[in-house]
Design a protein around this ligand. Structure first.
Ligand SMILES: [Zn+2]
Ligand SMILES: [Zn+2]
Length: 130
């Protein structure tokens, strides 16, 4: 698909299958990515039908049109609160050579990420099993 990395201007966060993430369902901590397999609406940024948040397979349903959507969109309610980026992803942006240009171009955003990493406690280690 060639959509490994993009930016969602609506939710103001990085999207694409190259971005590790946690299911946006508030009760869920499944590890997913922000690729099209997990997006509510089945299209970049959610398309016509979805909110564009990202959910694991347990939290996506099909609507009448056959699109994968989250429970909120399926029932016609306001979207969930988006979850913050994972530490894994933020640290990647701060350290990976492929982001060096970006860091140079946007030092303010880099400082914001550093502050966010300091302010939030490390998430508990990934749970094994179900
Ligand atoms: Zn949705
Ligand atoms: Zn989930």
């Amino acid at each position: 698909m060639g959509w490994s990395l993009g930016y969602d201007p609506n939710w103001k966060r990085d999207v694409g299958y190259g971005v590790p993430a946690i299911c946006d369902d508030p009760t869920c901590d499944a590890e997913i990515d922000r690729g099209l397999s997990y997006v509510c609406g089945g299209e970049p940024y959610g398309g016509e039908d979805g909110c564009g948040l990202h959910f694991c397979g347990n939290h996506l349903w099909h609507n009448k049109e056959g699109q994968q959507v989250c429970w909120r969109c399926r029932t016609g309610r306001k979207p969930y609160e988006p979850k913050p980026d994972t530490h894994e992803w933020l640290e990647w942006k701060l350290t990976d050579p492929s982001w060096a240009e970006w860091r140079k171009a946007d030092p303010e955003e880099v400082r914001k990420i550093e502050a966010a990493l300091e302010a939030t406690p490390l998430p508990s280690p990934a749970q094994g099993g179900k």
